[in-house]
Design a protein around this ligand. Sequence first.
Ligand SMILES: Cc1ncc(COP(=O)(O)O)c(C=O)c1O
Length: 222
Amino acid sequence: MVVREKMLECTMCCMLFPRSSRPICSRNWRSQNMRNCPAMCMAQVGASEVLVERMKTLFGSTGARFCVKGMIAQMAALRAAVERQGNNLVAIHRMTHFDLDEMEAVEILHPIQFRRLGNVYQPFTVKDLENMGEIPGVVSVELPIRRAGYKLTPFEELEKISAWCRDHEVHFHIDGARVFGVAEAMAKAFPKLWHCATVFIAAFIKNSPILADVVCWPTKRF
Ligand SMILES: Cc1ncc(COP(=O)(O)O)c(C=O)c1O
C-alpha cells in the first residue's frame, strides 16, 4: 500500500536514476537504492516527468511517454501503430510474452491480427519476414525473448530487420522490457541500439526499483 506522506519524497527514485546501464544492473546499486527509496508512487509529484526527460537524454529519443503498466504501454503503442499504418497485421515471434502469457488478450481487445513467426528456440530473421507472403503494418521484436530461453536477436539481425521495415514502410516496435540488460549484453550504446526502432518500450521494474514503463520513439516517425 502507498503511504501518502511518503509520496512527497518519491522524486528521489528518479533523481537516483543513473546515466548508463552498468550501475542499474549491479546488485549493489539496486540494493542501496531500494533501501533509500521511500515509495513507489511517482505520477503525483512530477517524478514521471523527470523519468521521461532522463529517458529522452539517455536514449537520444525525440519523444517519450510514461506508463504505469507494461502491458498497457505495449497495447497502446501497437494500437496506435496499426491505426496509423492502416494495416492491422502485426508480425511477432511465436513465443512473444505479450501474446503467449497474456492469453491472446491483444487480439481479443484490439483490431489486431498477429502473424506468429520463428520457432520455439530462435528469434525470427529478415528471411522469415520475406517468406510471410504479405506485408505487415507492424513488426515487433521482444529483446530478449523471455519464453524462448531469453534468446536475443543479434544486433546485426536487428539492423537488418530495421532496414527491411524502413524499405517496406513498416512500423518497427521493440519490447525492451529488459532494456538495460540488453544494452549491456550487446555492448552497444543506448541510442545506437534503439534507433533501430520506430518505437520501443523500456520497463524499469525488471532492472531497477522504479515501478513503471516508458514508451520511447527515437525518431520523429511515430
Ligand atoms: C518481455 C515482457 N514484455 C512485457 C511485459 C509486461 O510488463 P508488465 O508486467 O509491466 O505489464 C513483461 C512482463 O513481465 C515482459 O517480460
